[in-house]
Write a protein that binds this ligand. Structure first.
Ligand code: PCA
Length: 199
C-alpha cells in the first residue's frame, strides 16, 4: 500500500472556515485506490507552514503529496501547474506581511507540479466536477508550501510526486461570505477522492 500525505490549511484572513480542513479530517486514515491517506492541517504562518509540511514528508515518507488550499472566489477545482520562488501579499495569521521575499535565497525561479494535473482535470470534468489547470498558485502560503516541498524533493532526490490543488469555497463558507461562488462539501470531497484515484 502506498502512502499519500494530504495537507489542508487552517482558516485565514476573512475566511472563518477553510473547507480544506474538513476534507483532510474526513479522509485522514482512509484508503483510496492504492493509497493510505495521512492527513494534516498546516498553519497559515510563513515561518511554520513549509517547515511543518517538509517535516511531515520526513516523518510520513509518502509516495505522493497533495496539498490543498482554499482559493476563495474561484469557481472550479484548480490543480496548480507551477510554484514560484516568491512570498508577497497579505499578512499571515501571525501578522507577518512579506513583500517580494524569496522563499529560497538560492533556488530556482519555479518548480512544476509533478502530479498528473492534466489527468486530474480531465477526470474531474468527465465526472461533472468543473476543473481547470491554474498557471499561478499566487505568492501566499499555498505557493510557499508547494515550492518548499518540491525544492526539498529535488534537493534530496526523493522518489515522491507532489503538488498543490486549490479548491473553491464551500457553501458553509459562502453563507458567511456571500459573494463567494461555492460548492457542497460533498462535491469538494468527491473531487479530492477522484484525484487520489487517478494516482
Ligand atoms: N489558501 C491560501 C493560504 C491558505 C489557504 O487555504 C493560499 O491560497 O495561499
Amino acid at each position: 500500500m502506498k502512502k499519500l500525505l494530504l495537507t489542508g490549511f487552517e482558516p485565514f484572513l476573512d475566511n472563518p472556515i477553510n473547507p480544506t480542513e474538513e476534507i483532510v479530517k474526513a479522509l485522514n486514515g482512509k484508503t483510496i485506490g492504492n493509497y493510505e491517506i495521512v492527513g494534516h492541517i498546516l498553519p497559515v504562518d510563513f515561518s511554520a507552514s513549509a517547515v511543518k509540511c517538509n517535516q511531515l514528508i520526513d516523518e510520513v515518507q509518502p509516495d505522493a503529496v497533495i496539498s490543498l488550499g482554499l482559493a476563495a472566489g474561484r469557481s472550479k477545482i484548480t490543480p496548480e501547474r507551477i510554484a514560484i520562488n516568491c512570498r508577497d501579499g497579505a499578512e499571515d495569521n501571525k501578522g507577518v506581511k512579506l513583500v517580494d521575499a524569496p522563499i529560497e535565497d538560492v533556488g530556482p525561479a519555479g518548480y512544476f507540479s509533478t502530479l498528473p494535473i492534466r489527468a486530474f482535470v480531465d477526470t474531474l470534468n468527465e465526472a461533472g466536477l468543473p476543473a481547470s489547470i491554474s498557471n499561478t498558485a499566487g505568492t501566499y502560503l499555498c505557493n510557499n508550501v508547494m515550492y518548499s516541498a518540491l525544492h526539498k524533493i529535488e534537493k534530496e532526490n526523493l522518489d515522491i510526486i507532489a503538488g498543490f490543488v486549490h479548491i473553491p469555497a464551500s457553501h458553509q463558507l459562502a453563507v458567511k461570505n456571500p459573494r463567494l461562488p461555492s460548492w457542497s462539501s460533498r462535491d469538494l470531497q468527491d473531487a479530492v477522492v477522484a484525484m487520489v484515484k487517478v494516482l
